[in-house]
Design a protein around this ligand. Structure first.
Ligand SMILES: Cc1ncc(COP(=O)(O)O)c(C=O)c1O
Length: 430
């Protein structure tokens, strides 16, 4: 694309790294003829791979004789998607579905529903949501408030609700926080089963999510599992929380639900969450385009492809392979503090010096990403306060062994090149 047209694209004027014209499998095609290995599946949205015919076919079917319908009206694509989700995907007991257009909307809606649930029960003092110190839940003001991604909150803090954050991935610490805050003031606890953008695929200890479940049960608090990144097969199970054998009260999803082919998100709940709202004769306010037919039809088709091709199991297998390759290539690397994750949600934590824990304070991960892009590979920058520099991998579940090898080889080169260039430019901070 010529420079004059390109300059119109970014909202805030600046460089545009790539112009993408299409894709196939785990490859993005650019207008200047490059093939970019999509190691992050875009923003960790790809699961069935690019260039598939099925989503387009589903969209074409819906658009025959199409009419927009407000979300309270039923349509065949909406009901069919609910049937598939409840029948085959959601944890046992999660039977109510509300569709939205992405992860932030799903989190924001879940917070609203949690509050509405308590108000409808007459429990009106529950106004707080407990989040945690390493977390990201989206870019609306409420989803930023409940999370703690320092760089994404910067400057907005006075506009964000001041909700408590638990410091560690330690259920006992959360219990203490809940007790200090007064459990009767808490509407919900929200947690990512594997932290994505903020913590570079940080996996909690095995007793963490069961611990949160029991705190919530003890105090009448709702547990919200944020599965926007970890959900829909990404971790090698339907949902990240499934690994812990825990059923939340509310589960929010986005990203992989539409496979990157359509903006899509959802809030999923148990009957017990929704019952007081129904008993109070209330409804949950919708967005105009919540669960549009095209979104539901494409999401339904993406899920069907995953079922037909057993792609959740493949995410587990290829995730193990990716972990082994990363460990072989980078396990002893002086700038790699940790290799972690679950399934095909894997991450690296990066430092300036592994022996001292000194970091580059957030400057290393963007540099690694740009070095990888120069080598025709897209990986995702991650990190916030306690984890200043991280890299996320989240390729399509269809990725082959050879493509995983290429991904790891390029990442290793990019880490070395980025560290060398930062060292040449400036000293590390402690
Ligand atoms: C765990 C989690 N929740 C919520 C969101 C927000 O989703 P979206 O960017 O689709 O609004 C993200 C996005 O990265 C996420 O990783």
């Amino acid at each position: 694309m010529d420079a004059a047209r390109l300059s119109r694209y970014p909202f805030v004027p600046g460089p545009v790294p790539l112009t993408v014209v299409g894709g196939e499998g785990v490859w993005l095609h650019t207008d200047d003829g490059r093939r970019i290995l999509d190691g992050a599946g875009g923003a960790v949205v790809a699961n069935i791979g690019w260039g598939r015919p099925e989503p387009g076919a589903a969209a074409a079917e819906v658009l025959q004789g199409y009419a927009y319908t407000v979300p309270p009206f039923a349509t065949e694509p909406r009901v069919r998607l609910i049937e598939r989700l409840v029948g085959k995907w959601l944890p046992e007991g999660m039977t109510r579905c509300l569709f939205v257009a992405g992860g932030s909307e799903s989190v924001d809606s879940a917070l609203r529903i949690a509050r509405q649930h308590h108000v409808c029960r007459g429990d009106v003092n529950r106004t707080k949501i407990i989040g945690r110190s390493i977390s990201y839940h989206g870019a609306t003001l409420a989803s930023l408030a409940v999370a703690n991604h320092d760089r994404r909150r910067a400057g907005l803090e006075p506009m964000l609700a001041d909700w408590p954050k638990a410091d560690a991935l330690d259920a006992e610490a959360v219990r203490k926080l809940v007790e200090t805050e007064d459990p009767g003031t808490i509407a919900a606890i929200i947690a990512e089963p594997v932290s994505g953008a903020s913590g570079a695929a940080l996996v909690p200890p095995d007793d963490y999510l069961p611990g949160l479940r029991s705190i919530c049960d003890d105090h009448g608090i709702l547990l919200i599992s944020d599965e926007v990144m970890a959900g829909f097969g990404r971790t090698g199970a339907n949902f990240g929380i499934d690994h812990a054998g825990v059923v939340p009260d509310l589960l929010v999803g986005g990203k992989g639900l539409g496979g990157g082919y359509v903006p899509m998100g959802g809030v999923f709940a148990t009957e017990a969450v929704v019952a007081p709202i129904a008993e109070a004769n209330q409804s949950v306010m919708y967005f105009t385009f919540s669960g549009s037919d095209i979104m539901c039809a494409i999401a339904d088709r993406v899920l069907r492809v995953m079922e037909d091709e057993d792609l959740v199991a493949r995410a587990a297998v290829q995730g193990d392979r990716l972990r082994a390759l990363l460990t072989e290539a980078l396990g002893d690397h002086p700038n790699v503090a940790d290799i972690r994750g679950r399934g095909l949600l894997m991450g690296l934590e990066l430092v300036a010096d592994r022996s001292t824990g000194a970091t580059f304070g957030g400057r290393l991960s963007p540099k690694i990403v740009s070095e990888a892009l120069e080598r025709n590979c897209w990986i995702y920058p991650a990190g916030s306060a306690a984890v200043p520099d991280g890299i996320l991998f989240g390729p399509a579940f269809t990725i082959t062994d050879g493509e995983l090898e290429q991904l790891v080889a390029i990442t290793a080169e990019a880490v070395d090149a980025a560290v060398a260039s930062l060292r040449a430019a400036e000293p590390a901070s402690a």
